[in-house]
Design a protein. Structure first.
Lengths: 231, 231
DNA sequence: GTCTATACACAGATAGAC
DNA sequence: GTCTATCTGTGTATAGAC
């Protein structure tokens, strides 16, 4: 058999297909982008054909080329949007937070979780399909990623330097905290019992515990319980 | 341009391409499996052609079909090997550990990190390419995955029930701890300054902090620093 | 901008000789 | 088991009419 039927199990729950406010282009270009978001998240870049993309956007595959010069350009735009949204929100979170390292880390992790709960498809595509881009197309996103990582690393390092975080290595702690949030995009959805606020608060508590925050800026040492338990 | 040249940036550091002891078949079949491990990790299942697989194994692409009935079967074997290795090692770690929840969680996280540092390619393929398998081919791996998750969840829950873990929700804590280890496969390699033992110990410390272990079974509250710092 | 039609490289897989 | 040669569908992308 030479064909590849589409029996692949869904990679994500039934999540709303949407992009951050104000960045979705209007008209056909917007529909192409949203279709690409869903398909790339579900089947991967190489698993998605331009005919798939055309169908999802309600147009013939040839019409795609009136809007994007290649399939790769569609992915590149999505990956960049994802990295921009991440960087903007984390940077704003730190800017809006009180001055202490604990408060800033809490703000950072909260925003990190929210990006992954609010735009799980975009986060997944930006992370998992970045490797399918050419170096030139990936470069802007990689630069943003580096900046975002430095932002988080800086918060942790300043907490250590100030003596309010008790953790031997800033990088390992940052990597661990970052990993927690990234993974949320893989399981968050309407078919599980946790609300976004609850996950964000719990994960912020976890992060402060990981870095060994002496007087955690937590609302309570235990947060809340899930809306309903079925796990 | 209708062709797709292979300029994709590498998804992983230059890691040794190997499978757990005793599971690599001999001869050509083994070379096919190892070649598939490298290629699927680097380019993804859909990004790898059967001609790529043949070249990597040093044979003609047609010869593949004397060993596997389809390209998908090669991936299926790799994904299953990955899930088996994970489940066996985590189960053994818990069995070998002292009885307390803190000691068991430490053993679990240590083993979890080691699987990801010792077989990062296999862990990546098992996690990231599982979705490319048909439901029938994915089923055994999904069953193992479920068992492994229950193993970890059980350790955390027993710690909570025994009153030695102080965390409001077992599932969120387990998901967070699991995420930390999974991500290690994406950055561990010879080009970074951390040794596997150091990561494992730090992450076990992090895990005990996340669950709020009262008297942590840690060797020290601070573990060690990296061999050399360049992060 | 959108379509139909099509070009042409490559995909997975098979036939049959050795 | 391994090869050469080949089948056939699908891939990305383009040409040209409307």
């Amino acid at each position: 058999m030479a064909t590849t039927p589409r029996w692949e199990p869904r990679r994500l729950s039934a999540v709303k297909v949407e992009l951050p406010e104000g960045v979705t282009p209007g008209g056909t270009r917007g529909r192409i982008l949203l279709g690409g978001l869903q398909l790339f998240a579900e089947l991967g870049f190489h698993g998605t054909s331009i005919r798939d993309l055309g169908s999802a956007a309600g147009i013939n595959s040839a019409t795609l080329y009136a809007h994007y010069p290649s399939k790769e350009h569609i992915l590149a735009e999505l990956v960049l949007l994802g990295h921009q949204a991440m960087h903007e929100r984390l940077q704003q979170a730190v800017l809006d937070a009180p001055a202490g390292p604990a408060e800033q880390l809490r703000a950072l992790v909260t925003a990190h979780v929210y990006v992954h709960t609010d735009f799980p498809l975009l986060a997944l595509v930006a992370n998992a399909e970045l490797h399918a881009l050419s170096p030139a197309q990936a470069a802007p996103s990689l630069a943003l990623r580096e900046q975002t990582q430095q932002l988080a690393l800086g918060v942790v390092q300043r907490g250590i330097d100030a003596g309010v975080f008790q953790v031997p290595d800033a990088y390992l702690a940052t990597a661990a905290v970052s990993a927690m949030g990234v993974r949320v995009a893989s399981w968050f959805g309407p078919d599980q019992p946790y609300r976004r606020e609850q996950i964000a608060q719990s994960y912020a508590d976890f992060a402060l515990r990981v870095v060994g925050a002496t007087s955690p800026a937590s609302t309570s040492p235990a947060s809340t319980s899930p809306a309903d338990k079925e796990r």
